[in-house]
Write a protein that binds this ligand. Structure first.
Ligand code: ATP
Ligand code: MG
Length: 785
């Protein structure tokens, strides 16, 4: 038993050690941020391997991101050295799902080399199906259907399992049929979308007991990180694998396929011979209790005989998570999964870790107080193992440009004091916030990387908008033309575009010029001809306006008249609002440049920097992408009402939305080891007009003893020095102040006086951001009474 003196066990505290060494049965580690949950999982794998309890290939470990998986592999390698052959099945739910699905693709109607569709492909396909079903795509956009189908897939629902009422939403009651048609179409294309990587694996397991049994006996140990953010589909998938293989597993069950297209479905003429009636729910589903959160029946089919009531003993599964870090509710995550672990795995051992090794006492104290304002939580003790450290710094800025400038300066100072840039992160609530920060970094020459998403100017909507502007500026920009010719849809079919290209090629002219010629040609059908005529006329007009109008105004005109903004306004998918925000931010960013040319040049330069990733770079990412990570210094800009908490969450989910926002703030703070720097701005400029914002209510929830409010001439050079006292931060931080306290502090400022009653009226329930025309607002420097 020499392994017990293994070096990797050494620094663990007794609870962590227990979690690592309790190898048999089910274990839930329920513990706060930075208590070593991920470290426990990693060490546990090392322990299993070095004790020889299982071979690497018999371990299944699920992480939340691919990056986390890579890190974990690396650490395990370091702990157990060369002794181990092969590697565990270690990856995200999706990557492991894909791996399993490829091995048995034929059983679910795919070939081994199936394609994994990205969102764009998915939407294009859905649009075709919507058109084939004679549904008005303008009213019922493909993107909306994609969101809905993803939602169903997250909940583990095949088309025939979608509750009738829900299927009725899209296309006047045809959503469910379109979903079925879509699934059938994917099969003929030999393709799977992201959701299928799990859903089809679940179907595989349910319909082929022998396959399921094979994996059940292969995986002797299952480990899951970030368990609080698993959705229903992931939960079902795990539960299937976590059962012991049953003795009768050799004989495949005869269940009708769950996703066979339904009779009379839309747009499925291409799938002859598959039109059998869909299977009813299997008998076992009637026996198992529904999942409390979703109304689903999670343990349907759990035993291969389909006898849900006869629970097979589960095997060795260890899940770790923190209910206070559940931040993917909007994407279908069910924090209840963690709360019902006991029920799902009777006799499970629940281990709590209470020592935080990551953050200083001040940071931990601030974060713990903040999250204590949530009602729906299990509650837990956390104490810091570190020193008191520095207080959490809160500062304000006039606007986000100044905020970005202050962050840049602060980072340069850190750099001068030999801090590594990759120990610094900037965590934002909304992606549009990145633009100003990225711009500032480019100006300063500070290397940075954006984690978990495209950089601001690489986003699809920004590229589209830029393509319009490029083409206005430079009519020969064919790449730009191709990008926008049918965005939004103008009814230009493949044939019309083909002849356009042909014409351009034979005449040796740019596409826009060819479009000119075609727009008057009798040879072209009336509909595409009219579309082209409108398009070239619009570009002629914009080009003329280029020399007379300010470029920001021109940009607004282009985005409006082209129908591009409207396209997103009509779009009801989850990300449409964020894209509109980004578009506004794009126009905003143009104000910093003298003319369109200068702006376009700037973007081209920004796009070019850090092509080759710098090794030592600041990380910029959303709070959502920051889960599980840690940095010495964390900047948290934009703590304002309407941004954090985000207005959309409040509007759509009320109190639950607010609590999820608070968990996000808490995740942000707990990423910091040594320094946490929160900031908020008093003004945002959108579309050239001022938007006045109030500090986040979460600031009031940070306890005074852990917070240092920077005043004029504080740590941030210039931070708030001229006008920082617009918000009398010191007064407002008094413990007796609640959110209205901010308001009171605000009302007493000169310049806002006459607006004050409007403020309080606006705040409920409309939210805390409002447009104030520039004339109502004292310009910088005159803010003081
Ligand atoms: P999160 O909830 O944010 O995912 P976590 O609970 O997974 O956090 P870890 O990332 O595993 O926490 O650990 C946080 C930090 O504390 C890491 O740097 C880790 O190496 C360190 N740590 C964990 N346990 C110990 C220990 N016993 N002694 C010293 N350092 C530790
Ligand atoms: Mg972790």
């Amino acid at each position: 038993r020499g392994a017990h003196r293994a070096p990797y066990l050494e620094g663990l505290n007794p609870e962590q050690r227990e979690a690592v060494e309790t190898l048999d049965g089910a274990v839930l580690v329920l513990a706060g941020a930075g208590t070593g949950k991920t470290r426990v999982l990693t060490t546990r794998i090392a322990h299993i391997l070095s004790l020889g309890r299982a071979r690497a290939s018999e371990i299944l470990a699920v992480t939340f991101t691919n990056k986390a998986a890579r890190e974990m592999k690396h650490r395990i390698g370091a702990m157990v050295g060369e002794a181990v052959e092969g590697m565990p099945w270690l990856g995200t739910f999706h990557s492991i799902g894909a791996k399993i699905l490829r091995r048995h693709a034929e059983l679910v109607g795919l070939k081994q080399d199936f394609t994994i569709l990205d969102v764009d492909d998915q939407i294009r396909l859905l649009k075709q199906l919507i058109a084939a079903a004679d549904i008005d795509e303008k009213r019922w956009p493909g993107r909306l259907l994609a969101t809905q189908i993803d939602g169903w897939k997250n909940r583990g629902l095949t088309p025939d399992q979608v509750p009738a009422g829900e299927g009725a939403v899209f296309g006047n009651g045809r959503g469910r049929d379109l979903y079925a048609a879509y699934q059938a179409r994917l099969k003929t294309l030999n393709a799977a979308d992201f959701g299928d990587l799990l859903l089809e694996t679940i179907r595989l397991f349910r319909e082929h007991a022998a396959v399921l049994a094979q994996y059940q006996s292969r995986f002797k140990y299952i480990l899951v990180d970030e368990y609080q953010d698993t959705n229903v589909a992931q939960y079902l998938w795990l539960r299937l694998l976590a059962q012991r293989p049953s003795t009768g597993a050799g004989s495949p069950r005869t269940t009708a396929p769950l996703t066979s297209p339904q009779r009379g479905e839309v747009g499925s003429r291409s799938e002859p011979g598959e039109g059998g009636p869909s299977s009813p729910s299997s008998p076992s589903q009637a026996l198992s209790p529904p999942h409390p959160a979703s109304g689903l029946r999670p343990n349907a089919d759990l035993s291969p005989q389909g006898r849900g009531e006869e629970r097979a003993p589960q095997k060795n599964i260890c899940c770790v998570g923190d209910d206070d870090q559940s931040i993917y509710g909007w994407r279908g995550a069910e924090v209840d999964n963690i709360l019902r672990f006991d029920h799902d795995f009777p006799g499970a051992k629940v281990i709590r870790l209470e020592r935080n090794y990551r953050s200083t006492a001040h940071i931990l104290g601030a974060a713990s107080h903040l999250i204590a304002h949530n009602e729906g939580r299990l509650g837990k003790t956390l104490r810091s193992e570190g020193e008191a450290g520095e207080k959490v710094v809160v500062s304000s800025a006039w606007d986000s440009e100044e905020e970005a400038r202050a962050i840049g300066e602060e980072i340069e100072q850190l750099q001068r004091r030999a801090h590594r840039l990759d120990e610094i992160a900037i965590l934002v609530r909304a992606s549009f916030q990145m633009r100003e920060i990225e711009d500032r970094f480019v100006t300063l020459g500070l290397p940075y990387r954006v984690i978990g998403g495209p950089r601001f100017y690489e986003r699809a909507e920004i590229r589209d908008a830029m393509a319009y502007l490029r083409l206005v500026n430079q009519p020969a920009d064919d790449l730009a033309f191709e990008r926008i010719v049918n965005v939004p849809k103008r009814g230009l079919g493949d044939a019309a575009l083909q002849s356009l290209h042909d014409l351009a090629r034979t005449r040796g002219v740019p596409l826009l010029e060819a479009a000119h010629a075609m727009s008057t040609s009798e040879a072209v059908k009336p509909k595409p001809r009219a579309a082209l005529r409108d398009l070239v006329a619009a570009f002629d007009r914009w080009r003329a306006q280029r020399d007379t109008l300010p470029h920001t105004e021109l940009a607004e005109i282009v985005l409006d008249e082209s129908g591009y903004t409207e396209m997103w306004q009509k779009d009801r998918s989850a990300d449409a609002a964020g894209r509109l925000e980004n578009l506004k931010e794009l126009v905003r960013s143009m104000e910093d440049f003298e003319n369109l040319q200068g702006f376009l040049e700037h973007v081209a330069l920004v796009m070019d920097t850090d092509r080759g990733e710098a090794l030592d770079a600041v990380s910029i990412m959303t709070l959502h992408a920051a889960k599980g990570l840690e940095f010495d210094t964390v900047f948290l800009p934009g703590w304002e009402e309407g941004l954090l908490p985000h207005q959309r969450s409040l509007d759509e989910n009320g109190r639950a939305g607010l609590e999820e926002e608070r968990r996000l703030a808490h995740v942000g703070l707990t990423r910091a080891r040594k320094n946490a720097r929160i900031s908020f701005v008093s003004n945002r400029r959108i579309h050239g007009s001022w938007t006045s914002s109030l500090p986040s209510r979460f600031l009031d929830e940070l306890p005074e003893q852990h917070v240092e409010v920077l005043e004029a001439k504080g740590g941030f050079a210039g931070y708030g020095s001229a006008y920082g006292s617009r918000f009398d931060t010191t007064a407002a931080f008094g413990s007796s102040y609640t959110t209205p306290g901010w308001r009171r502090a605000q009302k007493n400022r000169g310049g806002f006086e006459e607006d004050s009653h409007e403020y309080s009226q606006e705040h409920e329930p409309e939210g805390r951001m409002r447009d104030v025309s520039p004339s109502h607002l004292s310009p910088p420097g005159r803010g003081r009474p």
